[in-house]
Design a protein around this ligand. Structure first.
Ligand code: GDP
Length: 524
């Protein structure tokens, strides 16, 4: 493929994730984007995950319940000459390291905020990962059809809590029952809200209220709008595409996903303001998406997607060149050569074989245990290299785990080693007694672990929940015996690095005050 065609293919791609707190409207917005792309004909196709509690003991049931977050880990569609890949970031009970890792495979993010609530905990966590990567983040403030927080307060919150500059591209006119629509500061148009009917646009310069505008927008609201727009011009941030691309400034849009209001204009702006797949750093320097040879990395491994096959799927983000079915690749970590025969991309609820894929695309490969999270694969003819390691994300929940039946020790060890390798849970050991401690980012990980230990390795396990919820990596040499107790526990991670587990933030701060010379680090 010529360099120019490859460049065009790359430029047309947008690979992003939607980050939000549960219930902010991610599913609803995703659905509206799929509608735009002609992927679904009517709303209500994208299933929510709220159809009941998980049956703790039934992994297959968990899979079923997880519905969309598994089968549509990636949604791909075309819209206005762009190839769109939306990567799902599992939330709710199935929030896990996968949720974070998915963010290492995207080039931009949409942050959905519930306008009645403002920034919530999960949004903040996910935002930090996006921020660390310096990718563009566009904000959609949702639920304007309901009475919510003052828009200026919301902007302040974004700046203070998230520490990012904001620039409202659209501005709401009223809200809740009084919601009139939004003003687009770039296009100088009002998008008129019509409830469930389709919205339309009216020109308005933002200063001179004429009958052309008052015919469509209740004039009671217009003087207030003019004042607010003037205030934003005077006191607000200056817009800079450069800053957006570096993730230093978030363009903000207001709308209502459920009414499909402001979604299309948001997405059109999104395509303009975000970047196509970018270069990535590796052990042999920068790898450009337009480099001729295929390369990609594994960001997620999903076991048992199809209960009938009990297979594992490795999700690979294509970073350069072109993927073709049946091509030969090398797995850099082991040097092993493989033919990539069975590959799939995931489209809504059905699997389709993918014959080719380009930078930004995600392919799912059947895996019989070859891959690990973070692995790089490169096309034939290229000498093996590794993309920079994926960051580790500190777990926030910890349990002590052991086999109920001590006779099953061997199976237990084997199971724990393999499941930990998949990366869903982290393993720690206490230095003297060698107790096994599992750490996870989300509760569901433990349930899945328990179920799979039983189903795949025949081991019943028991958990003892620990009170600790913060992990910090330390230099073992700095830690004296008298520094640790039941609230500050010393353990080792898989790589035998020393880790302190703290009972809570208060205990952590107390420790820092007492031992200021001890350097505590997080993977983030
Ligand atoms: P998710 O958990 O972030 O995926 O959120 P959902 O998309 O499932 O939405 C959570 C709830 O908020 C559902 O009951 C939606 O119908 C509702 N919702 C989503 N968008 C809007 C909106 O724009 N306005 C209002 N009033 N409700 C909304």
């Amino acid at each position: 493929m010529s360099k120019q065609i490859q460049q065009e293919v790359v430029d047309s791609r947008r690979t992003f994730a939607i980050i939000s707190h549960p219930d902010a409207g991610k599913t609803t917005l995703t659905e509206k984007l799929l509608l735009l792309g002609g992927m679904i004909r009517s709303a209500g196709t994208v299933k929510g995950k709220k159809s009941g509690k998980y049956a703790t003991s039934d992994w297959m049931e968990i899979e079923k319940q997880r519905g969309i977050s598994v089968t549509s880990s990636v949604m791909q569609f075309s819209y206005r000459d762009h190839h769109i890949n939306i990567l799902d970031t599992p939330g709710h009970e199935d929030f896990s390291e996968d949720t974070y890792r998915t963010l290492t495979a995207v080039d931009s993010a949409v942050m959905v905020i519930d306008g009645t609530k403002g920034i919530e905990a999960q949004t903040l966590k996910l935002f930090k990962v996006c921020r660390m990567r310096g990718i563009p983040i566009l904000t959609f403030i949702n639920k304007l059809d309901r009475e919510g927080k003052d828009p200026l307060e919301l902007l302040e919150e974004i700046e203070e809590v998230l520490g990012i500059e904001s620039y409202p591209v659209t501005w709401p006119i009223g809200m809740g029952k009084r919601f009139q629509g939004t003003y687009d500061r770039f296009q100088k148009k009002v998008e008129v809200y019509q409830g469930n009917k389709e919205s339309y646009y009216v020109d308005f310069d933002g200063e001179n209220i004429t009958s052309d505008v008052t015919e469509h927008v209740n004039e009671l609201y217009l003087p207030g709008l003019v004042d607010e727009l003037a205030l934003l011009e005077e006191a607000g941030n200056e817009f800079s595409v450069e800053k957006v691309k570096q993730g230093l400034l978030t363009p903000v849009f207001f709308g209502s996903a459920i009414a499909n209001f402001g979604v299309q204009s948001f997405f059109d702006a999104f395509l303009q303001l975000t970047s196509p797949p970018q270069s990535r750093e590796s052990s042999v320097g920068t790898i450009k998406p337009t480099d001729g040879s295929f390369s990609g990395f594994v960001f997620k491994i999903q076991a048992n997607m199809n209960p009938a096959h009990r297979d594992r799927i490795a999700f690979i983000r294509v970073c350069s060149g072109k993927f073709e079915r049946g091509m030969n690749v090398t797995l850099s970590r082991t040097g092993r050569k493989m033919k990539l025969g069975q590959s799939h991309q995931f489209l809504a609820a059905s699997r389709e074989t993918v014959d080719e894929a380009y930078p930004g695309d995600i392919i799912g490969l059947y895996d019989s245990g070859n891959y690990q999270i973070g692995d790089t694969i490169v096309g034939d003819g290229t000498s093996a290299f590794n993309f920079d390691a994926l960051p580790k994300f500190p777990p926030e929940l910890f349990v002590k785990v052991r086999a109920k039946n001590a006779m099953k020790h061997k199976h237990f060890e084997k199971g724990i080693t393999q499941l930990v390798q998949e990366g869903a849970v982290q393993l720690y050991r206490t230095p003297y007694f060698g107790d096994n401690i599992l750490g996870a980012v989300g509760e569901l990980q433990f349930q899945v672990f328990e179920y799979r230990m039983k189903a795949e390795y025949g081991v019943d396990i028991e958990f003892v929940r620990m009170k600790h919820d913060i992990a910090r990596w330390v230099d073992r040499k700095q830690i004296k015996d008298n520094m640790t107790d039941s609230r500050v526990m010393l353990v080792e991670d898989r790589d035998e690095h020393a880790v302190l587990l703290f009972e809570n933030d208060f205990v952590l701060r107390l420790f820092q005050d007492k031992y200021p010379d001890v350097t505590l680090s997080t993977p983030l």
